[in-house]
Write a protein that binds this ligand. Sequence first.
Ligand SMILES: *[C@@H]1O[C@H](CO)[C@@H](O)[C@H](O)[C@H]1NC(C)=O
Ligand SMILES: *[C@@H]1O[C@H](CO)[C@@H](O)[C@H](O)[C@H]1NC(C)=O
Length: 481
Amino acid sequence: MARHQFLHLRLFLLSPPKPLLLNPLPSLTSSCNPTSIPISRNRISTLTTRRRANSTVASLAKEILSSSANDLSPDLASLLESDKARSILRLSTNGSPFLRLLSLLKRRPLLALQVFDWRRNLRDSPPLIAEEYASAIALAGRAQNLSLAVKLFDESKSTANGPILYNALMTAFMYNGEVNRAVSLFHKLKEETKYGPDTVSYNILLSLYGYRVLVDQMESVLRDMDSSGIPRSVVTYKMLMYGYLRSRRWKQMERIFGSLKEPDTSTRLLMLRGYAIAGKLEKMERMYELVKREVQAQERSLICAMICAYSKAGGDSSVRKIEELVKLVREEEYFPYLHIVLIKLYAKEGLIDEMERLIFYANKRNIVISSHRVMRTILALYFKSGDVERLDSFIKQAERAGWSLCKDLYRCKMILYSRLGRLTDMCCEVDKMDSYWPVRDRYTLKILYKGFSNSGRMWEMNMVIGLMFKYGFQLPQGAVV
Ligand SMILES: *[C@@H]1O[C@H](CO)[C@@H](O)[C@H](O)[C@H]1NC(C)=O
Ligand SMILES: *[C@@H]1O[C@H](CO)[C@@H](O)[C@H](O)[C@H]1NC(C)=O
């Protein structure tokens, strides 16, 4: 269980910056920009047409999305019959309004594919261009229908060509974890005679290897790219940084970052994540100052990453900074791991009241502590404080809430009781332990022995020695049978 949580956090910290991988089409295939219409001689009228097309597309997308709860509704058919839908194709001089429509629908890929189907089967509509096929291939990838993606790719070859189609299919493969197919498609692209891989194709490979922490392959792709004379783009640098972040090569990551003359915000955010995971607090703080607003507006998971960085470092100033950051975390973003990180932090820093306040809330929120390490950290603080009543109520809470119990909890209580001379209470703990761990162990018996011997209760002490003898445990030093 504990491992799960750490894994969860690691995935969380390492989760790709969203636009890069979860949403590969727009950023990786930036050449496919629906709004880049060549400006005609009559610029004003073109702009007006574009604006009109824009608003028509937006309202049609809205209607399509709200009309059908499921993807196969008859409403969709009638919507597509409408004048509005047709006018979008009329307005399409180069497919861009239609591309924009598809991109507005991409959250519902099956729906978007149906709209694409409609466009494809429409008589007297202009032939499909490479960008439209590329969008559809990407949508099929999003819908996890690779056979459809391949089918569309093959079909596209009759009317369209160019690396953009390969890039779309590579992305679809990558998106669905088909690494080998993506790579072999790249090699096929290299064998094309009329064109070859472009920057986007290389970026896809870089991100694919970077994501899988295959740094050597990533670097060899970069060498290949440079030696083929394919220019790097901003995305290229981001993918490299991302790959180094995944493999925790901070120096290389910083080197790439440093080689950018004017890093954009998302690159800075990526570097900030690197500093947070690497625990380079000073650099992290300096970077945070630069992108504070953006972190709070768009990359909120970084708040948590920074909290974790501070909590690993510990110390008074970290606690203060964490408390500032926690204020920024929204209710819906608050997740159990964060809570546990904070409990552990307060426990380590010896702030028992703060810790208990969070433990109380953990109970209220049904957060389960399943890590022995965290439980031991909490326990260590109670032991240091010597307050057996507080420890007792913590253990009762933990028992009720089903948190991970360990023998040390009870042993620690026994020691505290024996110090106070409350030997009956001490013995009760052994009974309690028996109900969880039927087999007694030497260490627990030794604590009993010490408790009795320190307060001169020879009879009970000898009983314990007898028990140890019976179980075949090594007797404590100085014990006489
Ligand atoms: C059309 O919409 C896109 C995306 O919202 C926008 O970037 C573009 O400026 C708009 N074009 C016009 C002419 O309004
Ligand atoms: C993929 O798409 C094709 C064509 O739309 C469809 O016939 C097939 O059932 C789909 N496959 C899956 C697994 O959804």
